[in-house]
Design a protein around this ligand. Structure first.
Ligand SMILES: C[S@@+](CC[C@H](N)C(=O)[O-])C[C@H]1O[C@@H](n2cnc3c(N)ncnc32)[C@H](O)[C@@H]1O
Length: 284
């Protein structure tokens, strides 16, 4: 649940629509992390790939380019607005593997059999992670691999903490810390329980490596413009946006000013860059 609503409601409602509108921005922010994911997945020509929680499809499209026309890609997600963006992007692709986008809960659906499964931040939202990872493992061919990115702890992710710390003092209540083992971006911040979870789901080999990348949160002709652009991203996508998603216009505009001010010292040469800290996990 996210604030008393189910994940399906969350990703099909206003949040899903906002992610869909900001697809290009989001893909640009995540680009260095996406590269790390694909370097590790090392997809080969002709492979079949399942993209878990594929969202607006960037990683499904990249997988299709990498496995080529002899391969096949399924992008699965519970969000109708994000899948609509993914489908329209796939129509413009040529020379890549065929991509099938399906609306499905990857935690329980049987979506076929794959040589590789991957996910960019799409595996932290299952109500029952043990069941979901066991289900994903069942969909892998013998020798198949699952490669995914998830976030390390909040304090290590400056791209979240810098805007977040500017917003929290403005809120009527301090947001409660997330309940352990509930869906959310930082659910797998601790590596040991994640490794145990994956072993419990039946994966024999588990590699969990820390990956740090500077992500570009905003660009502009001046540092002031870059900070403004970065504040817009932070307040529309991700954990800081979640804090103000139901805020009145007055609080929202105060948050925008506070986040812009907090991001300004991080702008240099018209770019706001901040550290993102992930686990890059590969299991088989
Ligand atoms: C943080 S977003 C990441 C989206 C995409 N992978 C990207 O990097 O742009 C998480 C995604 O997981 C999807 N999701 C959440 N629970 C899911 C489930 N049980 N089955 C499939 N997708 C799910 C959401 O709809 C959302 O698109």
């Amino acid at each position: 649940m996210a604030g008393g609503i189910t994940q399906a409601e969350y990703w099909n409602g206003e949040v899903g629509a906002r992610w869909a509108r900001n697809q290009a921005v989001l893909d640009a922010v995540f680009a260095p992390l996406t590269e790390a994911l694909f370097d590790r997945a090392a997809l080969r020509s002709g492979e079949s790939v399942l993209d878990i929680g594929c969202g607006s499809g960037a990683t499904s499209l990249e997988a299709a380019r990498r496995v080529g026309p002899e391969g096949a890609v399924t992008g699965a997600d519970i969000s109708a607005p994000l899948l609509a963006v993914a489908r329209s992007r796939a129509e413009a692709e040529t020379g890549a593997a065929p991509i099938r986008f399906v609306k499905a809960d990857v935690g329980s659906a049987d979506l076929g059999a794959y040589g590789q499964a991957l996910s960019r931040f799409g595996v932290m939202f299952f109500p029952d992670s043990a069941r979901a990872f066991a289900n994903i493992r069942r969909m892998l061919h013998p020798g198949g691999r699952l490669t995914f990115l998830c976030w390390r702890a909040l304090p290590e992710n400056l791209w979240v903490t810098v805007p977040r710390e500017a917003v929290v003092p403005l809120l009527p209540e301090i947001p409660p810390p997330p309940q352990p083992d509930t869906p959310g971006p930082f659910r797998f911040a601790a590596a040991d329980p994640l490794v145990a979870l994956l072993r419990g789901a039946g994966f024999g080999t588990v590699a969990c490596d820390a990956v740090d990348r500077d992500v570009v949160l905003g660009r502009g002709a001046t540092d002031a413009e870059a900070a403004q652009a970065a504040a817009h991203v932070a307040l529309n996508l991700g954990p800081t946006a979640h804090l103000v998603r139901e805020a009145e216009p007055d609080l929202r505009s105060r948050a925008e000013a506070a986040v812009t001010a907090a991001l300004t010292p991080h702008a240099e040469g018209g770019t706001v860059r901040l550290r993102a800290a992930c686990w890059l996990v590969q299991v088989g």
